[in-house]
Design a protein around this ligand. Structure first.
Ligand code: ATP
Ligand code: TZE
Ligand code: MG
Length: 292
């Protein structure tokens, strides 16, 4: 076991992140992927119809165990058995909101991490209200694109607001992410060319990925579920675990891109690359740094 991993298991805050070399970041990312493969965490996903296939196959390729379970009738029995929960509002409809709320509350009661993906949160009052209600149930991590994080951050500052504009600077999103993290108590991750992950004080950057990943629908939804799997096996270090999930997913995208002819084959090669990641390629390929 790497020295860095020993420190990580002491819990969040036990490690001086500013002292880590690029290779140590990579080593810690690999150690956590190995843990996911060894423990195969069961991840319950209440997610949009578009994302289900890619999400389930990506979780499997990472070594986790996906379950797309969303009926309200199954929450009491199923959610306490899951190692983590992923809630995604992408194709939200009336009937699903009670399931999402019940599952989030059950996960929280059971002491399991749960992760929120606020897809297109500013598109309607319905989505925004659902998201703000879910945020009150204490998500462990919130992951969105810059527009979503800025909208959620500004709406949670003044409840009832419709959110923000559609085009944003990444620095604006980082400040919104920090303020959202401080107010919600969640780790907040903003995805993009560089992914930023914050607990409201520290900010980690994960630089892996290729732009073509945006041409595959639900890559963002999918990396949110991968975050749930990573946090499930390292719940006391959710900030780092979130960064490693984003970096590993981006690295799989980079490797897949070398074999791809376009978005459809990138989707396939990305899953294959994630499945066959090994220590040397993760240690040298994960590109993570501490911003502040
Ligand atoms: N310009 C880019 N360069 C490299 N990687 C990127 C870029 N944009 C996004 N990514 C990566 O693509 C994945 C999806 O991020 P994105 O911000 O597109 O999510 P999203 O908008 O929520 O997607 P969706 O709603 O379709 O699921 C992330 O892993 C992110 O790191
Ligand atoms: C295309 C689409 N529509 C609702 S959810 C979704 C997947 C990307 O978020
Ligand atoms: Mg999204």
């Amino acid at each position: 076991m790497a020295q860095a991993e020993e420190s990580a298991s002491d819990g969040a805050g036990a490690v001086a992140l500013d002292a880590l070399s690029p290779a140590q970041w990579g080593q810690r990312a690999w150690d956590l992927l190995e843990k996911v493969r060894a423990r195969a965490p069961l991840v319950q996903c209440i997610t949009n119809f578009v994302s289900m296939d890619l999400m389930a196959n990506t979780l499997l390729a990472a070594g986790a165990s996906p379950a797309m379970v969303h009926s309200l009738h199954e929450i009491d029995d199923f959610t306490p058995q899951a190692d983590a929960l992923c809630v995604n509002i992408g194709t939200l409809s009336d009937g699903w909101v009670p399931s999402m709320r019940a599952a989030a509350a059950a996960a929280f009661r059971a002491g399991r991490p749960w992760v929120l993906d606020p897809v297109a949160v500013s598109a309607s009052e319905f989505r925004m209200e659902a998201c703000l209600g879910l945020m009150a149930l204490r998500p462990t991590v919130i992951r969105g694109n810059p527009s979503e994080i800025i909208a959620l951050s500004s709406a949670s500052r003044v409840q009832g607001s419709k959110g923000a504009d559609s085009s944003h600077e990444s620095l604006d999103a980082v400040e919104s992410a920090k303020s959202l993290a401080q107010r919600s108590g969640a780790i907040v991750a903003v995805s993009g060319a560089t992914d930023f992950i914050t607990n409201g004080q520290q900010v980690i950057a994960a630089h892996n990925g290729v732009a073509m990943m945006q041409k595959i629908t639900a890559t963002g939804c999918t990396v949110t579920a991968l975050i749930a799997a990573f946090v499930a096996v390292e719940p006391s270090a959710a900030l780092e675990a979130t960064a490693y999930a984003l970096s590993i997913f981006g690295l799989a995208g980079e490797l897949g891109f070398k074999m791809a002819k376009g978005p459809a084959s990138l989707r396939m090669h990305m899953i294959d690359s994630l499945h066959s990641l090994h220590e040397q390629i993760v240690v040298s390929g994960a590109n993570i740094s501490l911003v502040s």
